[in-house]
Design a protein around this ligand. Structure first.
Ligand code: ADP
Ligand code: AMP
Length: 223
């Protein structure tokens, strides 16, 4: 499909909106890297790297990692060769300074963002999704005990790895995460709306319908 390989897309949405679920499918379809800051931080934390030590307390409590740390991780990732012909950012930016710095980085590289897809989901549905989420310890794939169960309970369909519950999907951290992200997400919606890049997607539809809406939005914007 013409133009799709140079997609530079942001998925915006509160925790639990379905960004990771949709990003896994879309990046596979379009052969672009899936750049998810949450996944990068969790991997660093699990591997006990210096970055992991630095971010662990934020991840576990649900607070945002400071902007300077987050931006430097993304900046380095965007400079890798595989991001040259497109990428999907999932969970970044989450603050206005992150969005403004991203703009600067990408305009220096001559590769501005092409679309920002905002997955809209109400709070009560987010709570249902986050508390029932299970993730694969092997490949990070996301499931839900009711809405998107694996074929075999507790086992990842994709890689056979064991499914676990994220520490920050416990009720206390979920409340912190929604509070941390609510107003900031609204600010980012306005920021990208002002640039004419925002596409709203009804994220409360079943997974397959959200996927179809995203495909249609990306197709519409790329031809
Ligand atoms: P995010 O990456 O935005 O935090 P996820 O993609 O991990 O969100 O989805 C959060 C939870 O909601 C997961 O358990 C996932 O299986 C489930 N989920 C995702 N999309 C939908 C949907 N459209 N309907 C119902 N459940 C969904
Ligand atoms: P996620 O997997 O997107 O739900 O992110 C998990 C956690 O990683 C968040 O609760 C934050 O602690 C941290 N994180 C991920 N992305 C960012 C970001 N863009 N800015 C700050 N912290 C982030």
């Amino acid at each position: 499909m013409k133009g799709l390989c140079s997609m530079r897309v942001i998925f915006l949405g509160l925790p639990g909106a379905g960004k990771g679920t949709q990003a896994a499918a879309i990046t596979e379809d379009f052969k672009i890297p899936h750049i998810a800051t949450g996944d990068m931080f969790r991997a660093a934390s699990a591997a006990n790297t210096a970055l992991g030590e630095q971010v662990r307390k934020y991840l576990e409590s649900g607070l945002l990692v400071p902007d300077d740390v987050t931006i430097s991780v993304v900046k380095a990732r965007l400079q890798q060769a595989d991001a040259a012909s497109g990428f999907l950012l999932d969970g970044f930016p989450r603050t206005k300074p992150q969005a403004q710095t991203l703009d600067e980085i990408l305009s220096e590289l001559g590769r501005p963002v092409t679309q920002v897809l905002y997955l809209e989901v109400r709070r009560d549905e987010l709570l249902r999704r986050l508390t029932g989420r299970r993730v694969c310890s092997g490949c990070g794939a996301s499931y839900h005990v009711v809405f998107n169960p694996p074929r075999l309970e507790g086992v990842c369909d994709r890689c056979g790895g064991p499914l676990t519950q994220r520490k920050d999907d416990q009720p206390e951290a979920v409340a912190v995460r929604l509070k941390e992200n609510f107003e900031r997400t609204q600010d980012l919606v306005k920021f990208y709306e002002g640039k004419g890049l925002l596409i709203r997607i009804d994220g409360e539809q079943p997974i397959g319908h959200v996927y179809d809406a995203i495909r249609q939005a990306l197709r519409g914007a790329s031809v």
